[in-house]
Write a protein of this length. Structure first.
Length: 224
């Protein structure tokens, strides 16, 4: 059975990393959410300027519900901003809005890791839904081949998480280059924007790390 000491440790590490990075991003996001940018623009206005500066006037900006639900949809070419980012005039709002525009720029420029990530979405969705069933069936039926298949499916999910990392770092790099390079934000505010985007990136790093640990555990389990 997979419920031994190392499994409990894995659950503990997963919880600590998961809750820790979530708490850290919320803390940083709210802290810089109280600091207004000197230009007084909303996140939506900052996003519009960055998109236009990159020749992307055809990319639309829409508002979505929820907190930290901001994303770019490459199928519709829409930058979706949460309420607080869309209308907010804080450092956090500009940072997140321009990060999402960074994804729009990646899409327009054919940035390879982003293309690869997009291509991986359908098979990885399938793999992430299947691997647990295959593993349980393999254990139940005592079929080692099925257990190995589950490990391969799970490894595909990790590849996706690893490809996500350069895509996220690059979107933040593009956002900070715009915010800083155009005299948009003074250096103290750029520092705040960097803190917000770094804490957001940490959640992706933590998720990938947890998955790798889980894979190591699965491999050990498979060998037993
Ligand atoms: Zn992103």
């Amino acid at each position: 059975m997979p419920f031994d000491m190392s499994y409990l440790m894995l659950i503990l590490v997963t919880l600590v990393l998961g809750f820790g990075t979530q708490a850290y991003i919320k803390h940083t996001y709210r802290k810089w959410g109280k600091v207004p940018i000197s230009l007084g623009l909303t996140g939506a206005q900052a996003a519009r300027r960055m998109l236009d500066a990159n020749g992307l006037s055809h990319v639309a900006i829409e508002r979505v519900g929820g907190e930290l639900t901001d994303h770019f949809d490459p199928r519709t070419n829409v930058v979706a901003l949460s309420e607080a980012v869309y209308g907010g005039t804080s450092v956090s709002a500009s940072a997140i809005a321009c990060h999402e525009c960074g994804h729009a720029v990646q899409h327009a420029r054919g940035y390879v890791p982003a293309k690869l990530r997009g291509a991986l979405v359908p098979p990885v969705n399938l793999a992430s839904n299947l691997w647990m069933f295959v593993l349980i069936a393999g254990i139940f039926l005592q079929m080692v081949g099925m257990i190995y298949l589950a490990v391969i499916l799970y490894a595909a999910v990790i590849v996706f998480q690893l490809v996500t990392l350069p895509v996220e770092f690059d979107a933040s790099r593009r956002a900070l280059a715009y915010l800083n390079g155009h005299g948009f934000l003074p250096s103290a505010e750029t520092g705040g924007a960097r803190a917000v985007l770094t804490s957001a990136a940490l959640t992706y790093v933590a998720a990938a790390l947890v998955s790798v640990l889980q894979l190591v555990y699965l491999l050990g389990f498979t060998r037993r």
